[in-house]
Design a protein around this ligand. Structure first.
Ligand code: FMN
Length: 190
């Protein structure tokens, strides 16, 4: 029984990312404890760039939802991160959450070398974008969003064990059986 934390970085209920995340957890909920967080419902201030978290190990801002979710990330065995592609990146609110929680993911050794704080944990990434294949990849649309999420997970020491990308959502909003079955397979593997 693993603790799975789902970070839904899409503001659209019943959108593509939301639907894929639901499909994954449908197949994971029997064997795991699951908590779902809609990032766009969180009340959190943006990072002020003071860098104090690098020495204090926590954010100096008054306690808000970013601190609360940071504690949940620490306790979770598996992180499932979903985001639509916004300007070739993850969505703004999801990025705020990650910026507010740098010390949850990484520390720095005295030498300045990064220290992974969630080493050995598993993660899954779900991304959608309107740009159709292969331009979503060539032009760094969904590729940009995936790599931005991976940047955080990589420094945290997570192993990304599953990735789902749904491109071309402007022309085709339907999620193919192939993608849905990949979501179910990932869910069953958790
Ligand atoms: C602010 C904003 C920026 C976006 N930027 C991109 C982009 O850079 N590339 C792209 O292909 N789609 C972009 N999109 C389209 C979304 O990624 C697309 O509609 C996605 O399928 C929405 O996923 P959802 O249904 O899970 O919310 C953008 C949409 C919004 C609202």
């Amino acid at each position: 029984m693993n603790k799975i934390l789902v970070l839904n970085g899409s503001p659209r209920r019943d959108g593509i990312v939301y639907t894929l995340l639901k499909e994954i957890i449908k197949c994971a909920e029997e064997n795991n404890e699951i908590e779902w967080i809609d990032i766009y419902n969180l009340q959190m201030e943006p990072c002020i760039g003071c860098m104090k978290c690098r020495t204090d190990d926590t954010c100096v801002l008054p306690k808000d939802d970013a601190h609360i979710v940071g504690e949940k990330i620490k306790k979770a065995d598996v992180l499932i991160v979903g985001t639509p592609t916004y300007w070739g990146n993850m969505s703004a609110q999801l990025k705020v959450l990650f910026e507010r929680n740098v010390p949850v993911f990484m520390g720095e050794k005295a030498s300045g070398i990064p220290l992974a704080k969630q080493k050995g944990k598993r993660a899954v990434i779900v991304v959608s974008c309107t740009t159709p294949w292969p331009f979503n990849f060539i032009a760094a649309e969904s590729r940009g969003a995936v790599s931005a999420v991976k940047e955080v997970l990589h420094y945290g020491g997570y192993k990304v064990t599953g990735k789902i990308v749904k491109p071309g959502t402007k022309i085709n909003n339907n999620i193919s059986e192939k993608i849905l079955s990949k979501a179910r397979k990932i869910g069953s593997s958790l």
